[in-house]
Every structure is written in C-alpha cells, then in structure tokens.
Design a protein around this ligand. Structure first.
Ligand code: PA5
Length: 325
C-alpha cells in the first residue's frame, strides 16, 4: 500500500477540480487517517497565506457559524460518527460543504444535498490512502481559495516519493528506513519536528507507529519542546535511555533559529538518549517535503512491525471501539 503513494498523488493531479464557492476560510473535518489530510493541507496552504483550519470532533467549533467557512468533510469509509455530525451541523448553519469519501453515509448525505463530492478509490486502510485524501482535499481547497494551481506540487510529491521508494524495495528511502527501524526496534519513540512540513510528518510518524507497529509513540515540535520536554529527555535519573528512541525530522526550509535550536538540543540530550536519528525532507514544495518525511516514517513503522512479527495492516481495536460506541 505504501508503494502506491506516488500514484495516489498523481491521481489527485488528474482529478477534475470540483466547483465550489470561494471563501476566506476553509474548515477540514475528519478523524484519524482521514483527518490527517487536513493537517497536511493546512501546512501546505499556510505557506501561501490561505486560512485552513482543522476540526477533529463532533459538530463544529463555535466560531464556524459567524466566520462561515467552506466545510470539507473527509472520511475514507464515509461512516465516521464525528465527521457525519460535523456535516449535519454545517448543513444546519447553511454553510457550503464538500465531501471526500469512498462511499458510505457521507456520500449518501452528499447526494441528498447535492454537495460537491470527490470519491477516492476504495479497498485500503484509510491511513494508507494518504495521497488520495491529501490530494482530494487540496484540490477542493484550491478551488475555494486563492491557493493557485496545486497540480505541480502534487506531481512533485509523486516524483519525490517514487524516487525514495525505487523499485522492489531498493530505493534510498527503504535503505534509510531499515537502518532507522534497526535503531528504534523495541523502543518507545518520540518524533520531533518544527512548524511546517516536519510538524505534520512528525504527527504522521507517531500515528503510523501506533497503528502499523502497534507500539506507542508521540510527537512534538521545536521550539515549544525546548520549554518543557527538554528537561525530561536530558535527565538520566529515570533510566529510560535504553528503552526510548528519538527521531528528529529536519527540513531544509527551516528557519536558522530552528536549526540552531535543533543542534543545541541534540547536544544537551546526547548524553542521555542512546538511539537518536535524524531524517531530512527532500523536494522543493511544502507538500513534497511533508510527503517525503512522512514516507520514511511509514516505511520505518512497517519495518519495525515486520521485525517484531506483527501484521501492520489490521487495527481491529479501533473497529471494536466504534462497534461498542
Ligand atoms: O487509521 C484508521 O483506520 C483510523 O484512524 C480512521 O481513519 C478513523 O477512525 C476515521 O475513519 P475514516 O477514515 O473512515 O473516516
């Protein structure tokens, strides 16, 4: 499924952009593997000064009724309770709504209300459809905002991810991911990034560790972590250094102040963290840089799962919770 990511970005570049009324604010509503597409699009559009906000809960945030954003509801299954509830609230407020889904109740509601809809190919895990979902949301946001043509960045994301993957697991991304997986196997992982491409990539890494490697992981960003987490990591009294690992995501576009913070932070935690690895984004556009840093995390999470004899695909416990609700 990971190998199909380059084609997913290319698929989105060929989509017919939906017609949607322009708005100064776009609110992307979705959960988990679908909702993270909104985080990617927020990072991409922030660089262009477009106001994209994220909602990962029932209903809508209180400001939506007054600000009147375009609401983009994204759910791979089309049956996620929180996302359906956001659409209900948006329709109650008379807000413009667009939908991204494979089918389900969301496309039924979209059909009944004549909402612009992008149907993404079905049959995958939602988190594996990242390129389809990011691409579809991006095409809708571009249609509703002054973002400009997203096709070049989608094509670049396709090319850069394809270069990393190579053919039959022989690309440089696989080599890098195998080395990192060896270093991190059996450890509790924290992933650090900074505002922009590595912020969303750090989030993706942690979630892929949870779902693919079935092991807890968390993420945070510089400079905020310099004001709290640094203390925990630089202390040795808890004896965690042999059981934890640190992934530091770096971006060639990061501010010099951020680079300096990463260097100094690495010096300070160096004595207490046995497994620390650095991963750099590749590509030019914010989308390509977000996609490449995320792809390495996807691969690492699967290599860690393979090494532990775990099937990375099923997430039965998420379904169990949904059934119990
Ligand atoms: O990875 C997963 O399967 C989950 O995070 C789902 O994406 C999440 O539960 C939401 O479901 P859907 O993507 O179908 O809206």
């Amino acid at each position: 499924m990971i190998e199909s990511l380059p084609d997913q970005y290319r698929w989105a570049s060929e989509l017919e952009a939906p017609t949607i009324a322009p708005a100064s604010t776009v609110l992307v509503c979705g959960m988990g593997g679908s909702g993270i597409s909104g985080d990617f699009v927020r990072v991409v559009t922030a660089a262009e000064g477009v106001d994209v906000r994220i909602h990962k809960d029932y209903g809508l945030p209180a400001w939506a009724e007054h600000v009147r954003p375009v609401v983009v509801a994204v759910s791979y299954s089309g049956n996620t309770a929180e996302t359906l509830s956001s659409v209900d609230a948006a329709l109650d407020y008379g807000l413009p709504v667009a939908v991204v889904a494979t089918g389900g109740e969301l496309t039924r509601v979209a059909g009944a209300n004549d909402l612009p809809t992008v149907r993404v190919p079905a049959g995958m895990q939602p988190r594996a459809a990242l390129g389809y979902l990011v691409g579809a949301v991006l095409r809708i946001v571009a249609a509703a905002s002054p973002l400009g043509d997203p096709v070049p960045m989608l094509l670049e994301a396709g090319k850069e991810t394809a270069d990393l993957l190579g053919v039959e697991r022989a690309g440089p991304g696989h080599d890098q991911a195998r080395r990192i997986a060896d270093a991190l196997a059996g450890r509790l992982v924290a992933v650090w990034g900074s505002a922009g491409p590595t912020e969303v990539a750090a989030q993706r890494w942690a979630k892929q560790f949870h779902e693919n490697a079935k092991t807890p992981a968390y993420w945070s960003i510089v400079p905020e972590l310099n004001h709290n987490e640094l203390v925990g990591w630089a202390s040795s009294h808890h004896g965690l250094s042999s059981t934890t690992g640190l992934v530091v995501l770096r971006d060639q576009g990061e501010m010099p102040e951020i680079s300096r913070r990463f260097r100094l932070t690495a010096d300070l935690v160096g004595p207490t963290v046995q497994a620390a690895v650095e991963v750099w984004t590749t590509g030019t556009s914010v989308l390509a840089r977000s996609a490449t840093a995320s792809l390495i995390g996807d691969l690492v999470s699967v290599y860690v799962a393979e090494a532990a004899g775990i099937d990375p695909v099923p997430v039965d416990i998420l379904t169990e919770l949904k059934n119990r609700l």
